[in-house]
Write a protein that binds this ligand. Structure first.
Ligand code: CP3
Length: 360
């Protein structure tokens, strides 16, 4: 494999010095890009894009070719695992994901298989292998998975939810059933992420999009604990004192998890994603003394604003983090689908130029 030409993202994850703050964006390959919409129309559906390694590679590279981003994230979805478990994933236009066979009872959970990543999820591994090669060392490639809790919400609710009534009902009325599902998912996610690492992912991220819907104690019992188990089972290699060679850092992101940051710092991740509700200076006070990087946290809606406001808001995020190592710039959640591409260009240029003075 060719040497990495830009390792700023990996260095920042390891709290090592960089010349400017690296940036990538959650959902950076997607509908706000005209070239994505075109390819998606040709492919017929989102899942066709995900399941064809050449097309998934092409979509992954679209934002990398257009912008000066510091990392690529493999084009896929967190719901590949439940689909591989047999729940029957499909996307209905304008309605988001749906499962044909959602989980309703304990018997179903007992019978759920743990997917073999090189069998049922081979298309994801092939996409990673193809993309890693095509990147040719330009920037690092990020692999990812959903957290067990977040995957379970879709599997039990049958799709997206606002109130999470079914899964919470199971959580309070039949906690053992939910724990069984979460431990099967934790096992599946660990296998999946390790296979992604073998297939070429240079860092991995766990998306816990719905952890913030839990109460203080249930977050720890039903989300955090299973992410900790996954991290303990990852083949990351040995964290180097200097350089990044061969080590695969892991980032966890609980949307709405700022209030539990002290707990999240204890589960062994190299970096923590922060949404826009938290001040990075306060976040840094909590992680202070630990070698943990922070990723975030511009409000994605800032990208609707004119360029001078984007500059101001970038400046604010950079200043809140302050001087020193360990910051990966990102949005506090995924980019919206109607953001003008020129605003993304402005964001990236602004982060790169304005961050230099924090790295002197
Ligand atoms: O970040 C990237 O560019 C990589 C690709 C990526 C997608 N989904 C592509 C996608 C990643 C990392 C995800 C993760 C994901 N998927 C999460 C966790 C992150 C988050 O956003 O909270 C979740 C909760 C999902 C589940 C999911 N997939 C939903 C709810 C939807 C519908 C959303 C919508 O806006 O319609 C998807 C579909 C999806 N995943 C799209 C993309 C680009 C839109 C597909 C399309 O219609 O073209």
């Amino acid at each position: 494999m060719p040497a990495l030409k830009n390792d700023r993202y990996l260095r920042a994850l390891l709290c090592q010095p960089v010349d400017y703050t690296p940036i990538w964006m959650m959902r950076q390959a997607g509908r706000y890009l005209p070239e994505y919409r075109e390819l998606r129309a040709k492919a017929g559906s989102f899942m066709n894009l995900c399941q064809n390694p050449e097309l998934a590679c092409e979509v992954t590279l679209q934002p990398i070719e257009r912008f000066d981003l510091d990392a690529a994230i493999i084009f896929s979805d967190i719901l590949t695992i439940p689909d591989a478990m047999g729940l029957g994933l499909h996307f209905e236009t304008g309605e988001g994901p749906k499962f044909e066979r959602p989980i309703t009872q304990l018997d179903q959970i007992k019978n759920l298989p743990v997917p073999d990543p090189e069998q049922e999820l081979r298309y994801v591994m092939d996409a990673l292998r193809t993309t890693r090669k095509a990147l040719n060392g330009k920037v690092p490639l990020i692999g990812f998975s959903g957290s067990p809790w977040t995957l379970a919400t879709y599997m039990i609710e049958g799709g997206s939810s606002k109130s999470f009534t079914k899964i919470k009902q199971m959580m309070y009325a039949e906690p053992e059933a939910l724990h069984l599902l979460l431990s099967k998912l934790a096992q599946s996610v660990a296998l999946y992420l390790n296979a992604q690492i073998k297939a070429g992912a240079q860092s991995v991220m766990i998306f816990d999009t719905w952890g913030g819907m839990l109460s203080h104690q249930s977050y720890q019992d039903f989300s955090l604990r299973y992410m900790q188990e996954i991290i303990a089972n990852l083949d990351r290699g040995i964290r180097p004192e200097s350089g990044t060679q061969g080590y695969v850092p892991v980032t966890v992101f609980t949307k709405g998890g700022g209030i539990w940051l002290d707990k999240i710092t204890g589960i062994g991740s190299d970096a923590i994603g922060i949404d826009w509700t938290m001040n990075l200076s306060d976040a840094r006070t909590i992680t202070n003394g630990k070698p943990i990087a922070l990723q975030g946290n511009l409000d994605p809606s800032v990208l609707y604003a004119p360029k001078n406001i984007i500059d101001q808001q970038v400046e604010q995020v950079l200043t809140e983090y302050g001087a020193g190592n360990g910051h990966v710039f990102n949005l506090g959640h995924g980019i919206h689908q109607d953001i003008p591409v020129e605003h993304v260009e402005q964001l990236i240029a602004s982060v790169h130029s304005r961050s230099k003075r924090f790295h002197q």
